[in-house]
Write a protein that binds this ligand. Sequence first.
Ligand code: FAD
Length: 343
Amino acid sequence: FVGSLIVGADGMNSDVRNCLADRTSPKGSWLTMDHKKFNVKAWTSPASGLRMKVLQFPANFTIPDAEGDLVTESETIYAIRSVNTRPLNYISLGLLPVKDPNMVRSTNVITRPNHDIWKLRSPQECKDWFTKAFPRLRLNKLVSDDEWERFYHSQGTTFPKCRYCPGMQVSHPSGNSGVVLVGDAVHAFPPDIGQGINAGFGDVEALDRALKGRDLITNKPTEKSLTKLSDALKEYERVRSPEISALIRLARFGSPYQYRQPLRKDRVGRHLWTLNVVMRTVMNKVSFGLLPPAAIMRSMDKRFTYRRLMRDADLTTTGMMALFFVAAWKLFLGAVIKRGFLG
Ligand SMILES: Cc1cc2nc3c(=O)[nH]c(=O)nc-3n(C[C@H](O)[C@H](O)[C@H](O)COP(=O)(O)OP(=O)(O)OC[C@H]3O[C@@H](n4cnc5c(N)ncnc54)[C@H](O)[C@@H]3O)c2cc1C
């Protein structure tokens, strides 16, 4: 097979990216000229390393309560908490909304890797454990034996670190051929900010615009003449790579404590995170919108690039730090002057 453009859309463990990063693998010399930019940079977020399995409930299942049966709705989000409360046996079944009212409801079970559910040794043990943890759910009716069997054998998945590689393309010196990366091959992170698919689509849209010689952000025709394939690929990397770098920062700090991770450091982190978001929301309100709210609050607004979100957040952080230091300095000076007068 001969092609002028290879698009590496092969996911987080991308062979295409690994091949570009590996200086020793045999390939054309131009492919290894700047191999370092394809090395992955990774940061552990509080959500990295969590394990997830899915248990399927029927559509519109019911939850008994004091006033009768609550019939669940497909487009409503639910979190059903267990009666267990200890760090390694507490569990929350998370249900995301689905459009189709007849669709089965996937309940996400997300825990630390040393949680009790990973030690269950048979489908029956799973059934017994969950029945005890959720006594109000009629699990014997909601979940078939086949589903317990599937659930038990499923390996689940582990949330990755927040990671990306700065390199997104490499071009032949002739300018007529190249290799380009999109999606998880470039960036991956835990699903807390719900931007994984969007970010991949963003790459594809940007690449399409670059190949058509249009502005990557506004989609307007540009003055620049991107006559060669390599010009388009370089433009794609120039604009998109800083955007991905900002996205990874958003993934690290956006909303990493939403799984109610049980460790003490998680609980402290969750309180600090909440305090930070509340402070930014209050400042946004009292400044009549002059100061931005927390970046995660604006991440669904398509008017903002990830870079803009993080730049605004950084400016606010700098302002808050400056205010804090000025206040601390004033307090300190006040105390010194008072002591001077008294002494
Ligand atoms: C637990 C979890 C929950 C998530 N939840 C969300 C969410 O709610 N919302 C959201 O937007 N994102 C979510 N994401 C992220 C989202 O799944 C990814 O961002 C998205 O799937 C990336 O798409 P992709 O096409 O780049 O890579 P992938 O979906 O990984 O697709 C890569 C494809 O390439 C194929 N492939 C790999 N190697 C080769 C090879 N050598 N030859 C041929 N084919 C190959 C693979 O089989 C695969 O089909 C979640 C991720 C995880 C782990």
